[in-house]
Design a binder for this molecule. Structure first.
Ligand SMILES: *Cc1c(COP(=O)(O)O)cnc(C)c1O
Length: 344
């Protein structure tokens, strides 16, 4: 087998969902946008539904359609982007609940699908999606008369517990929803960890389910094992890879493994990255190519058949750190060429 193996532990995703659920007394939904953060919504959705998740969040109506296909009727599927032009048929046929972001979206929704359930998204300070306080003040009575299923907002800095923005957004959200008799949601993974003031009626964790920070107690979910294609000796003065960017100072053993930036192992991780073999580190040397990466395996006691990038020894956040990015980007970049194995 020449392709790398991405192993996705569905029971670990379920365990993380249950652990996040235990941190609150309210309902816990699951955010499975972007194909469940790259891990496969057709597998992740049903696993979480079997574990008791009743509400799911996706980014786009088309993602909601795919999820409905996997889940069947019953669970709520809420769409963060709301009701966009052209979405009505998808929203109706897949029974999706758009999270309405503006007056225009509300008009579009009630015109195209009168009586169809919806929620409302408020902007409490992030300035990305949702109605701003003034817009909301003008629309509030009309919108509430249509009986929304949920009112939500999103925190910009929840992964930094001491950031003043958290309290500011909490206060704004409370003010904007004062006296409203509708279920409320503010917290994603980071918000759950901020404590019960942030929990309201429903939380919507994403990254923590998949083993990423800021949920420090997450169980690891993904393992990525990459086969070694070839091992060679490199002499002092010889170069490795494109642009001769690595030149050996000492004699070394170099392994070439079968994955590269086309598989989401982004080029920017370059010289800071390591792979592991039975817990021992092997540094990446030279440039990351499209399909190949070269590693210094001189310190390994035997010739490896496979090298591991993600797993017990290196988390998604460790690998993100190699590239100066976040675990979310590593997960959602994981490529289509991997042989995907699901553990249940
Ligand atoms: C992505 C997203 C979430 C989930 O966030 P995590 O940090 O992955 O837990 C929740 N709510 C909204 C609005 C989002 O965009």
């Amino acid at each position: 087998m020449s392709s790398a193996t991405l192993t996705i532990d569905l029971s670990a995703i379920v365990a993380n969902w249950q652990a996040l659920d235990k941190l609150t007394t309210c309902e816990t939904a699951a955010t499975i946008k972007a194909d469940a953060y790259g891990l496969g919504v057709a597998k992740v959705g049903p696993a979480l539904a079997d574990a008791g998740a009743r509400i799911f969040f996706v980014a786009l109506a088309s993602e909601g359609v795919a999820l409905r296909g996997a889940l069947g009727p019953g669970p709520g599927i809420y769409v963060f982007s709301g009701h966009m032009a052209g979405d009505a048929e998808m929203i109706r046929s897949a029974d999706l609940t758009p999270m309405i972001n503006s007056v225009d979206q509300l008009l579009c929704h009630v015109e195209a699908l009168p009586g169809h359930p919806f929620g409302l998204q408020l902007d409490s300070g992030m300035n990305r999606l949702g109605m701003e306080p003034a817009e909301w003040a003008a629309l509030r009575d009309i919108a509430l008369a249509q009986r929304p299923k949920l009112i939500m907002s999103h925190l910009a800095c929840a992964d930094e517990p001491n950031h003043l923005m958290n309290q500011h957004q909490l206060k704004t959200f409370v003010e904007m929803t004062q006296g409203v008799d509708v279920k409320r949601s503010l917290a994603a993974t980071g918000g759950i960890l901020l404590g019960k003031d942030y929990h309201f009626d429903l939380t919507r964790p994403g990254v923590g389910l998949y083993g990423g920070l800021p949920f420090i107690d997450a169980v690891p979910v993904v393992t990525l094992d990459v086969p070694v294609i070839q091992i060679r000796d490199v002499l002092p003065g010889e170069s490795v890879g494109y642009a001769n960017s690595f030149v050996a100072k000492n004699p070394m053993r170099v392994a070439t493994v079968a994955a590269g930036y086309a598989d989401g192992l982004i080029r920017a991780m370059g010289a800071k990255a390591t792979f592991t073999h039975e817990g021992r580190k092997a540094p990446v040397i030279g440039r990351v190519s499209m399909d190949l990466i070269t590693l210094d395996v001189s310190n390994l006691p035997q010739e490896p058949e496979r090298m591991q990038l993600l797993g017990l020894h290196q988390s998604v956040d460790t690998v993100a750190g190699f590239a100066g990015t976040i675990g979310y980007e590593i997960l959602t970049s994981l490529g289509a060429r991997y042989d995907r194995v699901y553990l249940t």
